[in-house]
Design a protein around this ligand. Structure first.
Ligand code: GAR
Length: 239
């Protein structure tokens, strides 16, 4: 049996993946416990799911932070250890044809939000951070402060497509519109790109000719609920 690991979770919405992980922890089908659930979005159902089983919850309201940054960002608003040049050199999130100002605004606003996340997360003893429907990209500012041991990834994400196909925000929609006959989901580690990190596990399902996008989402989520706990257990077994 593997050591029981402490898992932090970040969500943005309904949290059905979070629920699958909560259930797997509670019925001991995985060697893990959830130590917190954070959201970028206040009032979402996923937070209620966590609170119902006494998991600590918190919100870092990204939309509000971005709105306030649009009025202007002072150096004093930025984390003390924020270095724009270093982060810009590493990041692979913003298209290279974006203007210097756009890239700087994006990286600064995210670092302000990410520092708030880190300040809360660092209060916990955490082996693994699991993104369970967290709809925000993480910049190198955040990633480097979680992945502190070279070569050891500690942030996992679930993506609604068979990567490397269809990265981005609408994996099942892109799969459907392309006319694919097989869809799927992927759990991978987070690196500096969008949905590019090392793949931990995948599950596929058949798409019938008359399947709607809703059918695909339903089939996909059912696979996700099986896959995510399995990948967390794989991580626990690797320690
Ligand atoms: C899931 O389909 C997950 O794969 C996707 O959001 C949904 C969250 O559902 N994640 C992404 O697209 C990440 N880029 P849930 O809140 O019910 O778990």
């Amino acid at each position: 049996m593997a050591k029981r690991i402490n898992v932090g979770t970040l969500i943005s919405g309904g949290g059905t993946n979070l629920q699958a992980i909560i259930d797997a922890c509670l019925d001991n089908s995985i060697d893990a416990d959830i130590v917190f659930t954070g959201s970028d979005n206040p009032g979402v159902k996923g937070l209620e799911r966590a609170q119902k089983v006494d998991i600590d919850t918190f919100v870092v309201d990204y939309s509000q932070i971005i709105r306030s940054c649009k009025k202007g960002i002072n150096d004093a608003d930025l984390p003390n250890d924020f270095n724009l040049d270093q982060i810009q050199a590493k990041q692979q999130l913003v298209a290279t044809d974006a203007s210097k100002d756009q890239i700087a605004f994006f990286l600064k606003t995210r670092a302000i939000a990410e520092k708030k996340l880190l300040d809360i997360i660092f209060a916990y003893d955490m082996d693994l951070l699991v993104l369970a429907g967290f709809m925000r990209v993480l910049t190198p500012y955040f990633i480097d402060r979680i992945n502190t041991e070279p070569g050891k990834y500690k942030i996992m994400n679930i993506h609604p497509a068979l990567l490397p196909s269809f990265p981005g925000t609408d994996g099942y929609g892109d799969t459907f519109r392309y006319g694919c006959k097989i869809g799927g989901c992927t759990v991978h580690f987070i690196d500096y790109g969008e949905d590019t990190g090392p793949i931990i596990g995948q599950k596929a399902f058949e798409i019938k000719d008359n399947d709607t996008l809703d059918d695909i989402k339903k089939k996909g989520l059912e696979k996700e609920w099986e896959l995510y706990p399995q990948c967390i257990q794989k991580f626990a077994d690797s320690l």
